[in-house]
Design a protein around this ligand. Structure first.
Ligand SMILES: Cc1cc2nc3c(=O)[nH]c(=O)nc-3n(C[C@H](O)[C@H](O)[C@H](O)COP(=O)(O)OP(=O)(O)OC[C@H]3O[C@@H](n4cnc5c(N)ncnc54)[C@H](O)[C@@H]3O)c2cc1C
Length: 282
């Protein structure tokens, strides 16, 4: 299907077909739906804390999403006040996203827990005050609502003898999942920034990761996370991996600290901007 899509979109892009139709024959000819797209139906909604809501979804064929090397997915949400229109594969091989008013809105989220056999997965949504489609969907979600999911995607942390995790609440689902998967004997630290004490969560682990919670306490956003991460001494006698997911300005500071001379090799860290203050996700 990917091959059909790539060829058909290039042919269209360079106008090589002069408007002529494209017909496919042979292997994969019958594929009519996107293999990486799933319909998710809301099964349950649970408030984990004042600013974090867990939604349990039911779906089918979830095996490809059950991987620790790609924890994230793109959620396809209905446009403001509109109906959800999931993309379709056209006979030509391109993707039909619907008209501009129907087109699903895409936001990236982490799969917090997944059970392909039961056909369920959890996603933890931050309920923020700025009213984007992701947060808004979570705030109003009810049992039976349907959205789409495409993926999986995104990089992950490589388990090391000593592990560093840093992030704000948007990365808490990823950090919790990564810590839970570490084996006994793995050590390290996690610095997690949340709104206040009530937004802390219990992370179960067999490893030995010391977790420090930072609280914004309703103050405006600061670079406290980046400053705290920069102060961490990295052990020189063990394998190390450092992972961060946070707001853009903290991400930039953390990544430049980790990339500074004698700090971390490129293969030993991954820092990702999870969202950007004042900017909707694109
Ligand atoms: C790989 C990846 C995985 C992610 N996993 C998760 C996850 O599991 N759970 C989760 O909640 N988020 C997660 N995020 C972050 C999430 O995608 C963004 O916060 C996204 O912007 C939310 O979309 P929205 O529609 O609510 O807001 P948008 O429409 O994108 O933005 C609207 C406004 O809200 C502001 N805004 C966006 N997010 C926040 C926030 N957290 N706090 C305050 N203001 C905000 C923006 O700056 C903008 O001004 C992840 C991001 C990435 C890249």
């Amino acid at each position: 299907m990917e091959m059909k899509y790539l060829l058909a979109s290039h042919v269209g892009e360079f106008n090589l077909d002069n408007g002529a139709d494209i017909r496919w024959q042979g292997d994969g000819e019958e594929i009519a739906s996107l293999p990486n797209l799933r319909r998710l139906k809301v099964l349950a909604v649970l408030d984990l804390s004042p600013n974090m809501r867990r939604i349990t979804f039911g779906s089918s064929k979830l095996k490809r999403f059950d991987t620790h090397s790609a924890l994230h997915a793109k959620l396809l949400l209905p446009p403001n006040g509109g109906q959800l229109c999931l993309p379709k594969l056209t006979p030509r091989g391109t993707i039909d996203w619907g008209s501009d008013t129907e087109r699903a809105i895409i936001r990236k989220y982490t799969i917090r827990r997944i059970d392909p056999q039961a056909g369920t997965l959890d996603i933890d949504f931050v309920l923020h005050d700025h009213g984007g489609p992701g947060s808004r969907f979570a705030a109003h979600a009810k049992v039976g609502d349907v959205i789409g999911m495409i993926g999986p995607g995104g990089g992950s942390a490589r388990p090391a003898q000593w592990n560093l995790f840093a992030g704000d609440e948007t990365a808490l689902p990823a950090i919790a999942r990564l810590i839970e998967a570490l084996p006994a004997g793995a050590r390290g630290v996690a610095i997690i920034e949340v709104a206040d004490r009530q937004d802390e969560q219990t992370i179960r682990q067999v490893a030995d990761i010391e977790i420090t919670w930072l609280h914004r306490n309703r103050s405006i956003r600061t670079n406290a996370l980046a400053r705290r991460v920069a102060a961490i001494e990295l052990p020189a006698d063990r394998s190390v991996f450092a992972w961060a997911g946070t707001e853009f300005s903290n991400f930039r500071k953390i990544r430049s600290d980790w990339r500074s001379p004698n700090r971390l090799a490129k293969s030993d860290h991954l820092a990702v901007s999870y969202w950007r203050d004042g900017h909707a996700q694109t």
